[in-house]
Design a protein around this ligand. Structure first.
Ligand SMILES: Cc1cc2nc3c(=O)[nH]c(=O)nc-3n(C[C@H](O)[C@H](O)[C@H](O)COP(=O)(O)OP(=O)(O)OC[C@H]3O[C@@H](n4cnc5c(N)ncnc54)[C@H](O)[C@@H]3O)c2cc1C
Length: 319
């Protein structure tokens, strides 16, 4: 990346960059499950809510674009990287605590950086029902809230009580019913200001039959492992489910199961047509995007249904 001049205020204080734990020109490849893409100009992984706020303020005062990243399991980062500040809400903000409400239910406070699977596994271990679907989703709690992640008939909205988030400089709490959850969307996904950062989720789960809960979690794990290419880099389902259809079925019916445009490594998974995979992490982000567009166009030509990516494109893909 070309060197960038920080404002006088901050060139006075590269000290602040150090204090905020900001590093420069960091490859994002290893932070994404697609295993491709370029560098972040600035990158930080905060360990407190105050640090998240300070990072956002720093970016705003420097006129830097901000990308908030969780586990990077639903993004495709451009090969030219991200010319701004990536704030990664990771395990340093990953605490989970349980409170027995005394009425057979528990409230679970999850910091946004906790892996969803960790949250799901804790619930299963404690004999709490309703979060089994989280066990196999490789994202963070924050990413799960943002996307209203779901599987096997359940979504984050079904277990959410409230969401704690940063709005510019202020920490706010919103009841789940106000979070505008919908299919792979939420108020946070719909927000255009870029000023909202999810800090935590409060969920409510009830005690159930511990054996049945364990059995369900195991059943879903096996289902996932047998039907999805979980051992190959991808971002999960590449496309949103078009109303009335399944993306994977449309792609398969269009004759694209296992299809590759070239030997770049980008391929429609031979195991699940809804996943575009990056074999051995060889493909570039533009190879992956070329295939995404080809699949979407081909399915549209054959069926009239336009597949829209669920995967979020980060950075500049125009060149
Ligand atoms: C093998 C595999 C299987 C998958 N299976 C499923 C599945 O069954 N169901 C499902 O719903 N998804 C699934 N996914 C997709 C993905 O795991 C989910 O979308 C997950 O919720 C993304 O979380 P993340 O932390 O990785 O978010 P990221 O990919 O890091 O980010 C996704 C979006 O969320 C935003 N975001 C993340 N954290 C925050 C935050 N704290 N505050 C504000 N915005 C934030 C980002 O800015 C970005 O726009 C799968 C992915 C893979 C690789």
């Amino acid at each position: 990346m070309q060197p960038r001049t920080l404002s006088r205020e901050y060139s006075r204080g590269r000290r602040l960059i150090n204090e905020l734990g900001i590093t420069e020109n960091i490859s994002l490849r290893k932070y994404t499950t697609f295993r491709c893409g370029g560098e972040a100009r600035y990158f930080a992984e905060p360990s407190s809510f105050a640090q998240v706020r300070d990072l956002l303020q720093f970016a705003r005062s420097e006129g830097l674009e901000v990308f908030v990243m969780g586990q990077g399991s639903n993004i495709l980062v451009s090969d030219s990287g991200f010319d701004g500040l990536v704030i990664r809400i990771g395990k340093k903000l990953g605490e989970i605590s349980l409170m027995d409400k005394g009425d057979g239910s528990f409230e679970i406070d999850c910091c946004a950086g906790a892996p969803l699977a960790y949250f799901g596994n804790i619930a299963v271990k404690e004999g709490l029902e309703g979060a089994e679907f989280c066990c196999g989703i490789p994202g963070s709690v924050g990413g799960g809230v943002y996307m209203n992640a779901g599987a096997y008939g359940r979504e984050i909205k079904d277990i959410a009580v409230s969401v704690t988030y940063l709005d510019k400089t202020e920490i706010k709490v919103l009841g789940a019913e106000e979070c505008r959850f919908g299919y792979r969307t939420s108020l946070f996904e719909q927000d255009k200001t870029g000023d909202l950062i999810i800090l935590g989720l409060k969920a409510r789960l009830v005690k159930g039959d511990a054996n049945a809960i364990r059995a369900l979690a195991e059943e879903l794990r096996v289902k996932r492992a047998t039907s999805q290419p979980i051992d190959v880099p991808s971002a999960g389902s590449t496309f949103k489910r078009p109303e009335g259809y399944f993306a994977g079925k449309l792609i398969q019916d269009a004759g694209l199961k296992g299809f590759a445009l070239d030997d770049s490594g980008a391929q429609v998974s031979p195991k699940h047509s809804g996943f575009i995979v990056n074999n051995d992490g060889r493909a570039s982000a533009s190879d992956v995007l070329r295939l995404i567009r080809y699949v979407s166009d081909t399915v549209f030509e054959k069926t009239g249904v336009r597949l829209e990516p669920e995967v979020r494109l980060i950075g500049n893909f125009d060149q």
